[in-house]
Ligand binder design. Structure first.
Ligand code: AN7
Length: 384
């Protein structure tokens, strides 16, 4: 007998809250169950009394939160008899789609913007065996094409317009509530298509007795009187805060952006697919959107690695960058409990990481001769 049941992924874990039946074949790689790490040094450096937890989604099987949605989307695609899935992606969705398709034994087609996805993600799509279509265009062009082609070819779309994606992703909120024994006061996420912020809100609502109000049209399975409301385990829900990269911030501009730019390529998205739902989330949760510059994103990414030992990709660091501004300005009060979603692993984008370390005043790498003298010299020069 094992000492505890083997963890076999989020569908098995939350089976009663997800649209599967007892004979559904589950396509899983053990996703979910990610650590909620309490920051120990950054609050002190900010000089503020706040409890900040990071939900480290970069530890999912393909290194991002996308695995939560993809286990559901591919499980349901296979159940419906689909032999191929398709998505447009800034990189992480394509990595997850490719992996879960491989696991299921079906074909994945992924459309990615030529030259604008991080190297680790490209390696994943190719290595997992997806047919990778690099398009001379951006994510929004790819998304438009995916929707068009799905009318002409036998492929299931697994972008977050597929409602099963958000159902899988909502489980992150369940895990947070179970870890904290309550919902946080604030939940901060980076926003691209705004699927994840919507999914988290669905999850918080399903676990909360305060959820008389539903995100309109967000739960494809409940028609407004969700069966999960009776299973509520906490009374509070967080304010949801969505951070966008300044060059790709349609929610800040109040309209779609045609030429999005940011170093955080994961959120280089100008036409978010969950536009209306995300505005509803903000209204219902009393939350807000804010924007951060690329420089602020990179500084936050470094701060998290150097002071906490947690490595996330640039898009994920947007949430810390924004949070630090909102704490400093007093918009988030002292005493608050805050959860930040770190959506993707830092190893996804080694080029951006190495480039910014090389640009620092104090070198973190030197090349020396293989002699005791030079090694000793380097140590004595660099002791704190
Ligand atoms: C690391 O992979 O859209 O607001 O195609 O990879 O739910 O879109 C990625 C999105 C945040 C934004 N952080 O989430 C894709 C894709 C990371 C991401 C987001 C993404 P949404």
């Amino acid at each position: 007998m094992p000492f505890r049941p083997r963890y076999t992924g989020l569908i098995e874990r939350y089976r009663d809250r997800l649209p599967v039946s007892s004979d559904t074949r589950i396509i899983s790689l053990g996703e979910g169950n990610t650590p909620l790490i309490k920051l120990q040094n950054i609050p002190r450096l900010l000089g503020k009394n706040v409890d900040i937890y990071v939900k480290y989604e970069g530890l999912n099987p393909t290194g991002s939160f996308k695995d939560r949605g993809m286990t559901m989307a591919v499980t349901k695609a296979v159940e419906a008899g689909s032999k191929a899935i398709i998505c447009a992606s800034t990189g992480n969705t394509s990595a997850a789609a490719a992996a879960y398709a491989a696991r299921a034994g079906i074909t994945a087609f992924v459309l990615i913007p030529d030259g604008k996805i991080a190297m680790g993600k490209l390696a994943q799509a190719m290595m997992y065996g997806a047919m990778t279509l690099q398009i001379r265009g951006n994510f929004d062009d790819g998304m438009r094409l995916v929707k068009e082609v799905a009318d002409h070819a036998p492929v299931t779309i697994v972008n977050s317009v597929n409602p099963y994606r958000l159902q899988g992703q909502k489980t992150a909120a369940f895990e947070i509530i179970e870890d904290l024994g309550r919902a946080p006061d604030y939940h901060c996420l980076p926003v691209g298509n705004a699927g994840n912020i919507t999914a988290h809100w669905i999850g918080y609502c399903e676990y909360s007795s305060a959820a008389g109000a539903h995100v309109t049209d967000s739960c494809a399975f409940c028609n407004g009187d969700c069966k999960f409301a009776s299973g509520a385990i906490v009374s509070n829900r967080p304010k949801m805060i969505g951070y966008q990269a300044a060059g790709s911030a349609p929610f800040m501009r109040g309209h779609m952006v045609d030429h999005p730019e940011t170093i955080a390529t994961a959120i280089r998205i100008g036409h978010p697919q969950s536009w209306d739902r995300a505005w509803n989330v903000m209204q219902e949760s009393n939350g807000w959107f804010a924007e951060v510059s690329d420089a602020e994103i990179l500084a936050a990414q470094r701060m998290l690695t150097r002071h906490e030992g947690v490595f996330c990709e640039p898009a994920s660091a947007a949430s810390l960058a924004g949070l630090m501004k909102d704490i400093k300005s007093g918009k988030i009060e002292e005493g608050a409990t805050i959860v930040l979603t770190l959506t993707g692993n830092g190893l996804k984008d080694p080029d951006t990481a190495i480039a910014q370390c090389q640009g620092e005043d104090k070198a973190s790498m030197v090349t020396i001769d293989a002699t005791l003298d030079q090694v000793k010299g380097a140590i004595l020069d660099n002791m704190a």
